[in-house]
Design a protein around this ligand. Sequence first.
Ligand SMILES: [Zn+2]
Length: 126
Amino acid sequence: MEIMQIAKPYFEGLANRELLLPWCHSCGRPHFYPRSACPHCWGEKYEWRAARGDAVVHSVTAVRANPPSAFKPLLPYCIAVVQLEEGVRMLTNIVSDQPSTKVGDRVRVEFAERGGEVLPLFRPVK
Ligand SMILES: [Zn+2]
């Protein structure tokens, strides 16, 4: 199955400002990114469930110069890998007034429209 077809429920969820994860029917675990088979057990049946949206920063870096042209208005910005409470990790941006996010900081999902697409971004929890 083509990746865009596999990930279609994920993008439909984002359009509704929901962060959906595929949960495997065989082993009962979620995974991310969406793919044709579960990376834990190779199961091919799963259901989509909304994540709570709470995460911890796993790794982070601040971009201060020379971004891709579409990202120029966002400078400086943080790119991070966050680990969701459900156990999966995802690459995202950290939305913050101060680019001082650290590994281990707690963050929560919020949704932003960029270029006509809704993206899941994360903001530090005070
Ligand atoms: Zn599985």
